[in-house]
Unconditional design. Structure first.
Length: 104
């Protein structure tokens, strides 16, 4: 699963959010913890600098799949996690996605 455009409400920063979950088989909670293959990454263009944030074993969270439609091949849910770049922590809260297409 890869999706998202990040837009900072307080500045003109933009970026791309990517969430990878190795195997989604149904609704439920999928950990983002840097231990298994599930992870999240955020790249932000701040002025002329590209800053990369990612999940790791200290900065964790989850993706909750609330709808897994195998007929229409779409998925919906919410997410929350912390990402890190060097010593900077980026909190992603109240994230959601609706009817994202997937391939089986």
């Amino acid at each position: 699963m890869s999706f998202g455009k990040y837009t900072d409400d307080t500045s003109s920063n933009t970026g791309r959010l990517t969430i990878f979950i190795e195997s989604i088989t149904d609704t439920g909670i999928y950990k983002i913890d840097g231990i298994n293959a599930n992870n999240a990454k955020l790249s932000i263009l701040e002025g002329n600098n590209l800053i990369h944030f990612s999940s790791d074993f200290k900065h964790q969270g989850s993706v909750v799949i609330t709808q897994y439609d195998t007929t229409n091949k779409t998925i919906s849910g919410t997410f929350i996690f912390n990402l890190v770049s060097n010593t900077n922590i980026f909190q992603v809260q109240n994230g959601n996605f609706t009817d994202i297409p997937f391939k089986q």
